[in-house]
Design a protein around this ligand. Structure first.
Ligand SMILES: [Zn+2]
Length: 113
C-alpha cells in the first residue's frame, strides 16, 4: 500500500502512542510499571484496572437485585414478623383456654379426667 495524501501525518497529534494527549490509566502492573492504556473518564482507569463494581446505587437498582436474589420469601422480614405475630396470638389463645378450663374444673361443671 502506498502512503499518499500524508496518511502518516493525519491525526498524529491525537493518535495513541507515546505522545498521546489523553489520560492514561497509570495503575501499577505486574511488571511494576504504570499501565499505559487509555483511561475511562468516569474512574480514571482502563477496563483492565477499573476495579470492582460499585454495585447498585439507586433504590431501583437495589430493589432489582433484591428481587433477583429472592427465591421463595419464607425468610423475609414481613413473613417472619407475621409468623411471630401468629405464634404470639396462638400462645395467648392457649393461655386463655387453660384459664377457662381451670375455671370450669374449679366450678365442678366438668368431670376431672
Ligand atoms: Zn490499566
Amino acid at each position: 500500500m502506498k502512503l499518499a495524501k500524508g496518511n502518516v501525518k493525519i491525526g498524529i497529534e491525537t493518535r495513541f502512542g507515546p505522545n498521546w494527549p489523553g489520560q492514561r490509566c497509570l495503575a501499577k502492573t505486574r511488571r511494576g510499571t504504570n499501565c499505559q492504556r487509555a483511561a475511562f473518564k468516569h474512574n480514571g482507569c482502563c477496563a483492565m484496572h477499573g476495579g470492582l463494581s460499585t454495585g447498585a446505587l439507586t433504590p431501583e437498582g437495589l430493589q432489582r437485585i433484591s428481587e433477583a436474589n429472592l427465591k421463595h420469601g419464607r425468610q423475609t422480614k414481613a413473613k417472619l414478623e407475621a409468623q411471630r405475630h401468629a405464634a404470639m396470638v396462638g400462645r395467648r389463645v392457649m393461655g386463655e383456654l387453660r384459664r377457662l378450663e381451670q375455671q370450669i374444673l374449679d366450678a365442678g361443671l366438668m368431670p376431672d379426667d
